[in-house]
Design a protein. Sequence first.
Length: 406
Amino acid sequence: MHPHRDRTLIRRPVYDLDERPFMVIWETTNACDLACRHCRAEAISEVEPGTLTTEEGKRLLDQIEQFGKPRPIVILTGGDPFKRDDIFELIAYGTEIGLPMAVSPSGTPLLNRENLLKAKEAGAKAMSLSIDGSTPELHDNFRRVEGSFRMTVDGWQAAHDVGLKVQLNTTVTRYNLADLPNIFKLVQDMGVMTWSVFFLVPTGRGKVEDEVTPQEYEDVMNWLYDAGKLMSVKTTEGHHYKRIVIQRTILDELGVDPSPVMGLGETYERLRADFERIADTSNARYVEEDRMRRSPMHINAGNGFVFISRRGEVFPSGFMPVAGGSVKEGSLVDIYRDSPLFQELRSPDLYEGRCGMCEFRFVCGGSRSRAYAVTGSPVGEEPFCTYEPGSFPYQEELAPYLSHDE
Ligand code: SF4
């Protein structure tokens, strides 16, 4: 008996991702008062010339609206979007034309109750914040600004107070690998809609030497599967987490020890032991149901996901700076649907190396952004996945989870 068989493990939007994205991220500015170790935007302190103006920004929001219903979620990011004087006007405009709006501010003095209230009143539904260490020392050292931890935690509380939903983001690097269970506990105590764990892509200020190893990726993702039974957890640029969720669910159903099958290493054992010591696992639902709170979403760069740079270039993701076109010159809808780059990214049969041969390519596909950063090809092999296609021993149990309609 397989209790999960009738359930789709990897959530898909109800509409065709060839037609419209699930999520549009707009880099409203690269101005930011932080100088984080891994910053994609290589932020500077002032708004750069060439950044989309208020009017150009509104035209962009009009273009997003033209994808039709259900409207994509719009996330205003940066840099720090609160560095733009017109940010509340843009949130209000997007809301007025029917777009679900969210904002992703930085942990600086601008992350205050007054600004959060203005964002909420302008119509923002949610916001995301970043915490990369469980203590002020660990987080501030990573963010390179003293006081950032406190400002972020205070902003987190203020967001709850004004009624904004919070997604908490954490970037996994070798600096905070051992701290992850403590961060989990902090997130659990503070309360969130989702904990999004981001796996570094070596672009911007993010460097290969900051990344954890492919084996550690596997270990962290397997631990996240366990943690995901207590909290809604997702990964960003960690697409093979979807493969791990399917494998681990099958092993759970069969009552098989995951360690030998998944090749789990010391990092997993350490994270798991610390987690059991630190996290509050007394939740009755966790004990009884032992299943994930929320399954991952089937979106990837250019496939359900689109990133608009501050200058209006249309990228498949913020970590793949290859433009399919520009919203200053063309239609976002046409670029997303018809540009060869975006169409190629939505064709897993074109993927190279192990990803192209892999039975998980339609549900996982690897991080296209990391593949691009490391191999130079948007359809290259995901270099930080250790899976050998066809090697999972329960292929028969796997088949129902891999069906796709492409
Ligand atoms: S080989 Fe590629 S498609 Fe297969 S699980 Fe790994 S990242 Fe995903």
